[in-house]
Design a protein around this ligand. Structure first.
Ligand code: UD1
Ligand code: MG
Length: 455
């Protein structure tokens, strides 16, 4: 089967009340239109044509474009939009029409829909809604065959009582579709060219209309306002959480997890509430993620524990580490097995060797630390001299006392010991003790200034 896909995305989306095009609003961190394009691509079509109109430039710029963009200058209706796109397609094979604002359409429904079209029929995706609102209604005859679609605004009370709705998604043989499109007239309550009119035309031509019922109404629900967007977001998140749970991950509350990207999590891992996972995230087996943690584009090794409110971005964390609570692990951080990072520690482009610990309140940037080091509270790598970023290199088994500043570029060799409160500006050799601070001086009999006046 040769398949071309048309995605309709020219509409304004007035009810979003937004300066941003509707299809650029995001679901699970990706624009609505990119969800639909992604789904379309799974069908391996010959061509994808996206019809844009309102804020066409922004929509076009948002998507890496191997697609044909079709500009519909005036939004004269769905039939008009499809007709515009047909002009950019080869005119043979099967054409599938998707909506840029219906992000959760599932692939099997589309496969069935296209199969009907490949067999010379019209495949029409419908759904049974408890509250069908103002969606188009599917009119069937006594034998249950689809006869036509009637738009809500054109429907009588009897038709409005029908609960089977038109999702808008359909597939048809390209040549027949072209003919029907050219016959659509805007003789209706809205004065628009309705794509839905092709159903009655197909029936009149003796072409069977195969209704493909969506498994779940949510699959075909469009986004018209932000409340609907939130409903679909939650549904999408619930499905992702469900998949992870079936794969052996315990999720404290599947309604309080947000995955905005591609995530793999090993068995026996535990995800506490309000965790956000973004981009490409890989968690190993037996990983524990505490409440409120945010992990972006990172790899976390087996059995590592990420405590509450830790933020990790662009990092590789090995096995059996412990991070946080309230740690910030920034891009380029690489932590070896058994590293411990405590509260209010920030790392950036920092490589920490196995067993190294930074328990509290430190900044480790542009630095390489060996194995089994102990970094005291308040340690700062002064990596920026106002012009350049400089490197701090620390060997194995180094002890850095609390509140030390390591002024980069600087090298601290194995087994060195830095006294608390030191400012280190030059190399510390293997096994040396460095004391870089003013000597304590006690002045006997000294009187406090406020007491002096009274004397
Ligand atoms: C349409 C269907 C209706 C169906 C509903 C499902 C028609 C006439 N009606 O109604 O039966 O139940 O979708 O959501 O088709 N668009 C364009 N160019 C246009 C008009 C629309 O690209 O000129 C795009 C919109 O951006 C949107 C989609 O087509 O993605 C649907 O348009 P919309 O105006 O929402 O159609 P409805 O009136 O909801
Ligand atoms: Mg709509």
């Amino acid at each position: 089967m040769i398949l071309d896909v048309i995605i309709l995305a020219a509409g304004k989306g007035t009810r979003m009340r937004s300066s941003k095009a509707k299809v650029l609003h995001e679901l699970a961190g990706r624009s609505l239109i990119s969800h639909v394009i992604g789904t379309a691509q799974q069908l391996q079509p010959r061509q994808v044509a996206v019809v844009v109109g309102h804020q066409a430039d922004e929509v076009q710029a948002s998507v890496a474009s191997e697609h044909a963009w079709v500009l519909q200058r005036q939004q004269l209706g769905t039939g008009h939009a499809v007709a515009q796109a047909m002009a950019s397609l080869a005119g043979d094979g099967v054409v599938l029409v998707l909506y840029g604002d219906v992000p959760l359409i599932d692939i099997q429904t589309l496969v069935d829909c296209c199969a009907a079209a490949a067999a010379g029929q019209v495949g029409l995706v419908t759904a049974d809604f408890v509250d069908p609102g103002e969606l188009g209604r599917i009119v069937r005859d006594d034998r249950g065959c689809i006869r036509r679609i009637v738009e809500y605004k054109d429907a009588n009370d009897e038709q409005r009582a029908i609960c089977e709705i038109n999702s808008g998604i359909l597939a048809a043989p390209a040549s027949k579709l072209t003919n029907w499109l050219s016959a659509i007239k805007p003789n209706n309550a809205q004065g628009e060219y309705y794509l839905t009119d092709i159903i009655a035309m197909a029936v009149a031509d003796g072409v069977e209309v195969a209704g493909i019922t969506a498994l779940n109404p949510v699959d075909v629900t469009g986004v018209n306002d932000r409340a609907q967007l939130a409903d679909l977001e939650r549904e999408f998140q619930r499905r992702q959480a469900h998949r992870l749970m079936l794969a052996g991950v315990t999720i404290a509350d599947p309604d309080r997890i947000d995955i905005r990207g591609e995530v793999s999590i090993g068995e026996d891992s535990f995800i506490d509430i309000n965790v956000v996972l973004e981009g490409q995230v890989e968690l190993g087996r037996g990983v524990k993620v505490g409440p409120g943690a945010v992990i972006t584009n990172s790899h976390i090794g087996d059995r590592t524990q990420i405590h509450a409110h830790t933020v990790i971005e662009g990092a590789r964390v090995a096995e059996d580490c412990s991070l946080g609570p309230f740690a910030r692990i920034r891009a380029g951080t690489e932590l070896a097995d058994g590293v411990k990072i405590g509260n209010f520690v920030e790392t950036k482009k920092a490589k920490l060797g196995p067993g190294t610990k930074a328990g509290h309140l430190a900044y480790l940037g542009d630095t390489q630390l060996g194995a089994d080091c102990n970094i005291g509270a308040g340690t700062i790598t002064c990596n920026y001299d106002g012009v350049n970023k400089n490197i701090t290199t620390v060997g194995n088994n180094v002890f850095v006392g609390s509140n030390s500043t390591l002024i980069a570029p600087v090298m601290i060799e194995d087994n060195a010991f830095i006294a608390a409160g030191s400012t280190i500006t030059s190399k510390v050799s293997d096994g040396d003790l460095a004391v870089g601070r003013g000597k304590q001086r006690n002045i006997a009999g000294w009187v406090r200034p406020d007491l002096r006046k009274k004397k």
